[in-house]
Design a protein around this ligand. Structure first.
Ligand code: SF4
Length: 137
């Protein structure tokens, strides 16, 4: 995903999940298992019964439509998407003495504005300033 610190990620260099699966399937046949709601990974089992393998393909096979994840950074910023360009500050209200009701209101408002999808690969896409390791991804 284009969340790398050195911003060297390029769509042209992406090997898609489908391409990877085809390479594996040609040697070790795999079969897809039912997907759990909001799961990030598509899980396949090897047809010989010797294990499973999961693929997380957020760019080539997005799963944003049922994403239920939000993240809290180490300094108290709530992020509603890995690709959020804005964050909701919880530290300041906490330090100002906000109670549970007020914090709940802030979190609910942020979640109502949760992104419907990422826009990787679309015209105008802007990579967030923080790298994956700073987001808690
Ligand atoms: S890109 Fe954003 S909306 Fe899509 S799955 Fe990741 S965190 Fe969820």
């Amino acid at each position: 995903m284009p969340l790398d610190a050195d911003r060297a990620w390029e769509m042209d260099a992406v090997l898609t999940g489908a391409e990877l699966r085809a390479l594996i399937d040609a040697v070790y046949p795999i079969e897809e298992l039912p997907r759990e709601p909001s799961a990030t990974a598509r899980v396949f089992r090897f047809s010989d019964g010797r294990g499973e393998i999961g693929f997380i393909d957020p760019v080539s096979d997005p799963f944003c439509s049922d994403c239920n994840r939000i993240r809290l950074t180490a300094e108290g910023k709530l992020r509603t998407c890995l690709f959020s360009l804005h964050e909701t500050d919880l530290r300041e209200p906490l330090r100002a003495g906000a109670g549970d009701d007020e914090l709940e209101r802030i979190v609910r408002e942020a979640v109502w504005r949760k992104e419907l999808k990422h826009h990787v690969g679309e015209a105008g896409f802007r990579q967030p300033a923080r790298s994956m390791s700073a987001i808690g991804g």
